[in-house]
Write a protein that binds this ligand. Sequence first.
Ligand SMILES: [Zn+2]
Length: 470
Amino acid sequence: MPDIAIGVDIGGTNIRAALVSDRGEILTKLSERTPTDPLQVLERVIAMARQLDRPDVAGIGLGIPGRVDVANREILSGGILNLAGLNFAERIEAAIGKRVVVENDCSMALIAEMRIGGAKGYRNVAMLTIGTGIGGAVAHAGSIYHGHRAAGQLGHICVSQDGPPCPCGRRGCVETFSSGTALRRHIAEAGLSAATVGEVFDLAAAGNDDARRVLRQWAAPLRAALDNIAATMDPEVILLGGGLGCDAARALADLPAVAPWFCPAILPAKLADDAGVIGAGLSIFGNAGGAAEKHVVLVNGVPASGKSRLAKALSERTGWPILSLDGIKNPFLQHIGPVDRDFNRTLGKASYQAIWSFIADAPASSTFIVDAWFGFQPKAQLEAYIADAKIARVAELWCKVPGTVAGERYASRLKDRLPGHPGAEYVQELVALADRAEPMSCGAVMTIDQTKELDMDAVVAWVSQVFGGS
Ligand SMILES: [Zn+2]
């Protein structure tokens, strides 16, 4: 049985609520018109959550239109529908008796898009939802970025200081030029007889200059905002969602980025109206990007096969911590002094066990890099540790070197080895071991030729594909 949560997406037009599995599947879905009175919205959300609730529901995620202080579960402001100052989360928690998480609605949509939608496999993403207004959300290193309280208000990037007034109190925010509301204004001001953006595209394709100008008025400020996002946070991709996300991406295609430094990759969101409820449900299980799963990268290879250098380079690129067998064992060797090979092996086994007990105790959203010569213990032992630690995905980087190279490297480092590590007598043994050693193959394996330059771009891309794919 998968874990289940209730996701609620409160929009200006509809309230959507759904039972969502920890894999992002919708099991049951409800939808109602949104009342205009905030207290009635609260009542309807409680009624919908009651209808969906069952004993195995882990909690309720709420996507809120407006700025949200996630840590304090406080709604700071809203637009047309303003739910601030109602103790929304506390009142729903009291009514249903389940844990409640609140988050900005666009952040919830981004959680879903990173897990199973248009940004799957990416860890640094910005998203804009283009509808009545423009919502925004940012993910950094796989998690929603909140800044001090409510970061990611990308609809309020100013693109013209003397532009139209914005509900935020300033003028010329991108929302005032490039939202659906603004598009209707551009159409009316041009005197164009078009009821939908599709009709504007048709007129423009037929050579209508007014229609072309309307599309430019709508999309050019958005292009400026996207370039600003690229300049300030350099995401891997920017997703365009909401009812007009695909149309905005189409209009932008005629307006390439102007600055050679800042050319963001722009993708349409994939989950349409369901993104909000799916992300709201997933928010109960962890954070964005499928991070509710625990992952490990095994950096494996015989002694002197270049594991530590690779593990360090991967850690620098991803921010994931390294647990290395020698990192745990060596302090013991320093304190105990010279030991024989049997005792060295016992220390190795204990250090190995310590690594997996750290990982087992870590939260579900963790990713670790484990640097060890795994072949010194049986595969069945490793499989048991992986199962006990509830690790969802394993990526193994297999450091391959010819025996002679490993032997030479080991011999050249003998003077730096701590007493207790095998000495010169081990070199011949290592040469033979390196030639016959194999990866553990408890998950996906990438073989790294350690006689060549490391291609870290390829390594990082492969690992994120293993962890991002389902
Ligand atoms: Zn604004």
